[in-house]
Design a protein around this ligand. Sequence first.
Ligand code: MG
Length: 249
Amino acid sequence: MKKLLFLIILMPCLIAYGQDRAIYEPVPIRVSPSENGSPPSDAIILFNGSNLDAWNRTADDGPARWLIEEGAITVDQGAGTIKTKQVFGSMQLHIEWRPTDIIRGSGQGRGNSGVFLHSLFELQILDSWENDTYVNGQAAAIYLQQPPLVNVTKHPGEWQAYDIVFTAPVWETGTLKSPAYITVLHNGVLVQNHVELKGATFTPEPEYKAQCGPYSQEERIQDCTGKMPITLQDHGQEVSYRNIWVREL
Ligand code: MG
């Protein structure tokens, strides 16, 4: 009898309680997924293999002049670091990169480039295939701040991929309220897991400054509290990039 009372009286209450937590809005928008390397349907394409229209040279905001060949761009040594014309806050970024298959130099002198999130925080690009260097400077390190969890580097000359989730720093009236965070997959393997960024990676000490000089912009001091470009480093070594896209978060 008690069991019957439970079923009749209490069960509907429990079901109703659970239903109270269900939500129906907003409905997530429909996005077509990435297939065979193509970007998802809501991605902003930063390089699709044919031109550098989305990019400028950082030093003087002039046209980006890296080499375009066979669907890839390659650092043209001396052409300078480049940055996106569009600025971004928090984002998902996909970028593929390839050091030359001709092994020259060693340590930091081999396949060195970099992806600067927010123009301030370098996710290192380096040929880390059988190439010893300091671990917070190898491929997939947050430069001089955080080594990768593992080394997933492929053989030089092979294409590799970073999939990055970047949470932008939050500022309120010139005061830092929340630092930036980064999660990175290198060739599909987790290498940075929601790591707090201590500040700019190229300054003598990591630092956050509301007014700052972003990487390779000739120390041009500017407001660094809002959205900022993505930057690709010319470190004077041969590294190529392709299939670069971003989703704003
Ligand atoms: Mg670098």
